[in-house]
Design a protein around this ligand. Structure first.
Ligand SMILES: NC(=O)c1ccc[n+]([C@@H]2O[C@H](COP(=O)([O-])OP(=O)(O)OC[C@H]3O[C@@H](n4cnc5c(N)ncnc54)[C@H](OP(=O)(O)O)[C@@H]3O)[C@@H](O)[C@H]2O)c1
Length: 271
């Protein structure tokens, strides 16, 4: 079983956010890995807040089944085939959104993989010195290169929105502060590929937010918590619903909200 640690008792730095939140009515939002787990729940909550949600998944039948379920609940949703590691899928996603909506208000980079497995919170995989190159490369493809290149591809559509929001679903395991702190709950859970790919995603969040400062676009990284999904396992201490609420919180930030930060709920996490 694989687990992803994240607790409500982590040591957080000061600097909580009390930003206002804008209505999602009429907004167009794309969620990668949206057909199951945390992604599906983010789709549901965005749609419940009034957004047209584009459920993106590498298996378009699963994406459409999820979108159909949301529509059956009276919500507004469509589906899109998007393997985030595929250049042609990313380009096709741009074309499809451009022709249907002409802009993108919300991008949630949620799709991710955890190949390095740990069991029961103890390191069960090779130490960093023995990590398999194939594992590290594959993890970086999905968790870092894909969200970076997808965001680049969709940026022209995000710029056309009135005030776009990008949420990078990261992990507390990408925090260098926590990785190097023996008192952190995530300190014993180490996986070279996963942890460093999320740290790199955090760095991308900082760099892009700086580039876009002065525009209405805000981009933040979040830790959704340790969730009862197939990645998080059944012993996790939070539901997908609770994790999704954090993503939606940063997707609906008002003008006074932060950009270039790393958050768990209202709390600012250390890099
Ligand atoms: N669960 C936790 O405790 C936890 C904690 C911190 C952060 N996170 C992060 O939260 C995000 C969602 O995690 P989860 O718990 O929902 O995991 P999950 O249950 O394993 O779901 C992963 C999702 O990512 C999708 N995905 C993987 N590779 C993809 C690709 N190449 N193209 C498109 N979609 C792809 C999967 O789609 P398929 O159905 O096609 O496989 C699935 O929808 C991840 O970024 C994860 O790192 C999770």
């Amino acid at each position: 079983m694989t687990i992803e640690l994240g607790t409500g008792s982590i040591d957080r730095t000061a600097g909580s956010t009390s930003a206002t939140h804008s209505s999602l009515s009429g907004k167009v939002g794309l969620v990668t890995g949206g057909a199951r787990g945390l992604g599906l729940e983010i789709c549901r909550q965005l749609a419940e807040r009034g957004a047209h949600v584009i459920v993106a998944a590498r298996d378009v039948a699963k994406a459409e089944a999820a979108a159909k379920g949301l529509r059956g609940a009276g919500l507004t949703a469509s589906s899109l085939k998007l393997n985030v590691t595929s250049v042609s899928d990313r380009k096709a996603a741009y074309d499809a959104i451009e022709s249907t909506h002409g802009r993108l208000d919300i991008l949630i980079n949620n799709a991710g993989i955890l190949l390095d497995s740990v069991d029961g919170g103890t390191p069960a995989d090779p130490p960093p010195s023995g990590a398999l190159p194939s594992t590290v490369r594959e993890t970086f493809e999905a968790n870092f290169f894909a969200p970076v290149f997808l965001t680049q591809t969709l940026l022209p559509l995000l710029r056309r929105a009135q005030a776009a929001r990008v949420v990078n679903v990261s992990s507390i395991r990408g925090s260098l502060t926590h990785l190097s702190d023996p008192s952190s709950p995530v300190y014993p859970v180490r996986a070279l590929g996963y942890d460093t790919s999320k740290a790199a995603l955090n760095a991308f969040t900082i760099l892009l937010a700086e580039e876009l400062r002065g525009t209405p676009i805000k981009i933040n990284a979040i830790h959704p918590g340790w969730l009862r999904t197939s990645m998080g396992g059944g012993r996790a201490n939070m539901s997908a619903e609770e994790g999704a609420a954090i993503a939606v919180q940063y997707a609906s930030l008002g003008e006074d909200g932060p950009t270039g930060g790393f958050f768990f709920g209202d709390e600012r996490l250390p890099w």
